[in-house]
Design a protein around this ligand. Structure first.
Ligand SMILES: [Fe+2]
Ligand SMILES: [Fe+2]
Length: 314
């Protein structure tokens, strides 16, 4: 039977127009559903893949305290991944299927996690700049139009602020240390600055989905608006820390009340997105190995659940 979708679509538009939330039980246009699946899954994958670059340093953290902080941070990211996979499941796709799409390269994760962590200062730079950029992106998502996504973001953002502060505190401690430590921080910031700017996605002119996503209330600001906000927020923090960003064009613009800054290397960005970044192959191979290693756990859990159901029906 053909359902007349016109009144349903009208109700959907009215909900969005009023700034209210769409919930899993509500009718939604198929394109809205697919856009959300793509975005929320990409976000979930980023949390899980993002555990790898920092996880690399857990066994080599310089003190028990640093190890405990880093472990807690990486575990938080696993939690974020799980909330977001749960939010994606409310759109009608299973976590198992999403993991398969990630491993098969059919869904993406943030380009930033394809860069290596070469020194311990990178743990600080990731917390400060990468979690900082994530916060800029994610705070507006707390008001996104899809209920389960927005609610997951509220809790995630609170934890991301802790991540940013621990990164900044780590770098500040190193900056108060030896010349070698200060040099290590600056070198790390030099490597992470441009990739952090790329986290906001391509320039607005090359971001075809932005307009529709904003109309649907999924996105609240454009990529370039968020990138500018991040630059304006980060420059005074860098000054307080005593580091510089590797951008000769970075300069306060009195008229705009914002910083002017140079253009990221978009060719590099697209190369990384297409799978040719420094660590893409390693990240996916690692994720696949972990997924394969966990097969027996999933099988056991399913068998246990089936047995519990059978017992209940006896
Ligand atoms: Fe996170
Ligand atoms: Fe984080």
């Amino acid at each position: 039977m053909q359902v007349d979708e016109a009144p349903l679509e009208k109700a959907f538009d009215a909900t969005i127009g009023a700034g209210d939330r769409i919930e899993p039980r509500d009718w939604m246009p198929e394109k809205y559903r697919q856009t959300l699946i793509r975005q929320v899954a990409q976000h979930a994958h980023s949390e899980i893949i993002g555990m790898q670059p920092e996880g690399n340093w857990i066994t080599r953290a310089p003190s028990l305290r640093r190890k405990a902080v880093l472990l807690a941070k990486v575990q938080d990211e696993a939690g974020h991944g799980l909330y977001l996979y749960s939010a994606t499941e409310t759109l009608g796709v299973s976590r198992d299927e999403l993991t398969r799409r990630l491993i098969e390269g059919k869904q993406k994760y943030s380009s930033i996690f394809n860069y290596p962590t070469l020194t311990y200062a990178d743990v600080g730079s990731i917390g400060w700049l990468v979690d900082g950029a994530a916060i800029c992106n994610q705070v507006p998502l707390c008001r996104t139009s899809y209920g389960p996504y927005g609610r997951a973001m509220i809790r995630i953002c609170k934890e991301e602020s802790f991540h940013q502060r621990q990164g900044y505190e780590l770098l500040m401690t190193m900056m108060r240390g030896t010349d070698e430590q200060r040099a290590m921080v600056q070198e790390s910031v030099n490597r992470f600055w441009w990739p952090a700017l790329m986290m906001f996605g391509p320039p607005d002119g090359d971001s075809p989905n932005t307009a529709q996503s904003m109309e649907w209330g999924i996105k609240r600001h454009t990529n370039d608006e968020l990138r500018q906000r991040f630059v304006d927020m980060s420059v005074p923090q860098a000054e307080a820390l005593g580091v510089t960003f590797p951008d000769p064009e970075l300069q306060w613009n009195e008229e705009r009340g914002s910083y002017d800054f140079g253009e990221p290397d978009w060719d590099e960005f697209w190369q990384v997105v297409k799978g040719n970044g420094p660590c893409n192959t390693q990240r996916i191979a690692h994720r696949k190995a972990a997924y394969d290693d966990g097969a027996w756990v999933r099988e056991a859990a399913l068998a246990f659940a089936a047995k519990a159901r059978a017992d209940e029906n006896d």
